[in-house]
Design a protein around this ligand. Sequence first.
Ligand SMILES: NC(=O)c1ccc[n+]([C@@H]2O[C@H](COP(=O)([O-])OP(=O)(O)OC[C@H]3O[C@@H](n4cnc5c(N)ncnc54)[C@H](O)[C@@H]3O)[C@@H](O)[C@H]2O)c1
Length: 370
Amino acid sequence: MATHKLLLLPGDGIGPEVMAEVKRLIDWVNGQGIAKFETESGLVGGSSYDADKVSITDATMALAQASDAVIFGAVGGPKWADVPYEARPEAGLLRLRKDMALFANLRPAICYPALAESSSLKKDVVEGLDIMIVRELTGGVYFGEPKTITDLGNGQKRAIDTQVYDTYEIERISRVAFELARKRRNKMTSMEKHNVMKSGVLWKEVVTQVHAREYKDVQLEHQLADSGAMQLVRQPKQFDVIVTDNLFGDILSDIAAMLTGSLGMLPSASLGEVDQKTRKRKALYEPVHGSAPDIAGKGLANPVAMLTSFGMALRYSFDMGELADKLDQAIATVLAKGIRTGDIKSEGSTVVSTSQMGEAILKEVQALYA
Ligand SMILES: NC(=O)c1ccc[n+]([C@@H]2O[C@H](COP(=O)([O-])OP(=O)(O)OC[C@H]3O[C@@H](n4cnc5c(N)ncnc54)[C@H](O)[C@@H]3O)[C@@H](O)[C@H]2O)c1
């Protein structure tokens, strides 16, 4: 059986509390011989600053580069509000993304039937929702040059951000999205603004070419990003996989996230290029939520987003879809039984702590393997 190397970076705030529930699952999986995970742990964010005066050390970066997947908790908190800008907690995460060249950000939005009532949209619009937003993460307007504010000398200033994409960047992100669509419901929607942006014209052209060359079996649809945003709240279940650039992806994935209720439920993955020699790709998995300093250390955090982030690692780094499916099923069962952390409680539910939630989910996974 292959050994999978994991680097666990719990980070700050509720990070270590929710990571402990992933560790519990890994220990059980290893003990049962279902898989063989070798784990190392490291510091990142404020906890790394406290120990080493940097948000991530070179040694931890080297461990990340050597791992098959990084499992990341969350960073930040008021304690580090005044640390030097380059050592701020978020810089650790940004360095991981940059040095590992993680260009594809996957944000699933799944609405568990038991939580359909907690969405701000009507139950029938979101119940059973399962979409995947694929956002380009290393290019576009957040990184394009020039990026300046110039004093025009007449009491005015001019700010410039540059939206720039090369063909290869659009090709590789659309391939990630087409591959995902093939494993899901075989439909992909590409979103851009070709009506007003040159980068949108190229985006649409390249996605269309990649489709014609390599993925004719997948149903491809193009939508303008603004009307796509509207469709996401009007009729979200029409989508399967959505691929879009860095800026639109930032906004569209947050819209999709809120369709599903709590931040404590949302996982994400960031993937790099496939290495031609090893056929593996660099990858980092993390919940969408932050370090939640307001509830940290109290056993109140919902561990589901962290656990489903690990579930994404099982699917996309280790081809262990069966265990990932069982984990999802276990979570759905626990929620259906009314076992909830405080953030997703509803009338009649039993409110439990972080570790009780983790235990309850593991118990359901165990039952599925019994
Ligand atoms: N990727 C990251 O590490 C990341 C992402 C976002 C924010 N942050 C950082 O986290 C800190 C707090 O930021 P914020 O308050 O804006 O966002 P947050 O996601 O930490 O918290 C927002 C709200 O959601 C609640 N919440 C979040 N996760 C939860 C969970 N698992 N279970 C139950 N409730 C949960 C929190 O209690 C809070 O009320 C800041 O320092 C911010 O910079 C880090």
